[in-house]
Design a protein around this ligand. Structure first.
Ligand code: ZN
Length: 162
């Protein structure tokens, strides 16, 4: 009989190992938890980066709680199936499996609402959110780039002098 044990890592992820050897993937116990453990680690890391609403995340960045959406440009859905969510925080992606590995990313909460909490989290590069996504302000969707420029003030003038 091969037993399974769990422990909670520093980010709060539940990690599975075999009881006998403490291995995530154990040929003796025929248990393979590496993949599910990695997903749990990534998810916990994202959730840990989420700040309370209205927290500044850094210069030129959207504040937490900002409502955002990624436009559905596939043309396959009527009406379009935009992904709506909320900025949660920011982190540098560290996930070899991810296309965004090493990039500065927003943590975006999205999906079904469970009270005030959205049930899913994803990361998406800051730069691309600013270039491609929209932000809801005063009930209107505007391009994130326009919005970021608006509230980051007069710095944009300097860029033009380059
Ligand atoms: Zn084992």
């Amino acid at each position: 009989m091969s037993g399974v044990s769990t422990f909670i890592n520093q980010d709060g992820a539940t990690i599975f190992v075999c009881t006998d050897h403490g291995e995530q993937s154990c040929p003796f116990c025929c248990l393979m938890f590496s993949e599910i453990n990695n997903e749990a680690r990534q998810e916990a890391r994202k959730r840990k980066a989420i700040k309370p609403p209205q927290t500044p995340l850094g210069e030129g960045l959207l504040i937490s709680g900002t409502e955002v959406r990624m436009l559905d440009r596939s043309g396959e859905n009527v009406p379009p199936n935009h992904l709506e969510g909320r900025i949660g925080g920011v982190l540098t992606e560290k996930d070899e499996e991810s296309d965004f590995d090493g990039m500065e990313c927003y943590v975006v909460e999205y999906g079904r609402r469970n009270g005030e909490v959205m049930t899913q989290v994803m990361t998406y590069p800051v730069e691309w959110v600013h270039e491609e996504w929209q932000v809801k302000t005063n009930g209107q969707w505007v391009s994130a780039m326009k919005y970021v420029k608006l509230f980051s003030g007069d710095d944009s003038d300097n860029d033009d002098d380059m």
